[in-house]
Design a protein around this ligand. Sequence first.
Ligand code: SAH
Length: 466
Amino acid sequence: MKKNDLIEVVIEDLGTNGEGIGKTGTFPLFVKDAVIGDRVVARLTKVKKNYAFARTEELLEASPFRVEPACPVSRQCGGCQIQPLRYDKQLEWKNKKVKGQLQRLGGFSEELIEEIMEEPLGSEKPFRYRNKMAIPFGRDKEGKLIAGFYAGRTHQIIPIRDCMLGQEVNAKILHLILSHMEKHGIEPYDEKRGKGLLRHALIRIGAHSGQIMVCLILNGEELPFAEELIESLSQIEGMASIMININKENTNVILGKRNKVLWGEDHIKDRLCGIEFAISPLSFYQVNPLQAERLYEKALSYAGLQGEEIVWDLYCGIGTISLCLAKKAKQVYGVEIVERAIEDARKNAEENQIDNAEFFVGAAEDVFTEAMEKRGEEVRPDVIVVDPPRKGCDQKLLDTMLRMQPEKIVYVSCDPATMARDMKFLCADGGYELKKGCCVDQFSQTVHTEAVCLLSNTHKEKELGV
Ligand code: SAH
């Protein structure tokens, strides 16, 4: 087998980046632009020892699960890797992926996984679910001003103002910003040269409140003729906050550390699980609030609180899960590394009159470990909820968790591979048992998968004679 060979193959699975996987004999091919059920002629693009990469040369027989992508640039953009696959099949694939990772990386048996995994919770709104978009500005080859998204793994901007995952109003906002730039000769930021002013527009919209925040990220301190843009943006229904964020670093981190309010508030409000939250540009907030509610409800039901428990919510963001837990627990402690998010969390607790939630700024592994060492029994958790970023929990945190022996650990994860790895440690080395799990789809059309699992302490169960 060599580069440019043409091979007929039936696609049976999808890889982690959404590419089709088919086999010729036992040799796997990773085929671009093919979905489960397709029969294609694939052209080999790179041949390795045990597998090869290929792209679809000809679609011989379209999969019954293939659908017309809703977005005209879905192929170039790379944000939605699996739009051509019918949504129920996307969900089925994600659920299977989580199960496979639990087995392969978590070391859990197939029987156990089949027994404990609940039906996946799919989204009722597989498009236009995102409440947040960060859209870069640039120029196309002809020099025309554009806004859009980076093409998969590159920094080339694919112009699109109305991404099908975001809200319709984004297009209008971008139109106003681009017109303003054109009128006043405001240059988009050019990463290569580190020059130009306007980097990104960060748009956030409260799903329940309808409040909108537009934050312009500048390689500079001021937006020329800002009053004019404010005048037009503020006419948009729901506009609640217009801000700038200053980022003069030559980096692909989107936001800088400093914000300035140009108009309205420095935050917007939204409601999740009946609790009102203030969201500022720098804080993390779930991007799919409708599915986040279902995820939190699931996490809450796994926590099974009776009202007497001490609960630690680690990686708590602006305290969304913490405050939901607080309604049912005796005391909740939340830990988060972003200071502004903790300020929001405290304000959120106060405004919702929740007084049994306390928040700490810092790395979960340090703050939690230190609290256990210094304050001991008084703050010892009955239940721990973790919701780490993709890289999973820090080893130091896992060690402290095992030392503290909470009855339950609820693991919320945006990367089931690292969750499986961490749970392997907690179960195989630590004596916890995987009791329940559920895949909750937060990111329809993309390969990203969110899941929640319940681990329970077998030592404690034995002590209590359960
Ligand atoms: N539970 C929250 C946020 C989850 S996202 C929610 O549902 O909204 C993960 C969060 O972990 C982010 O807010 C990130 O800032 C934070 N984080 C990353 N590393 C951390 C660490 N070492 N300790 C504490 N928080 C951390």
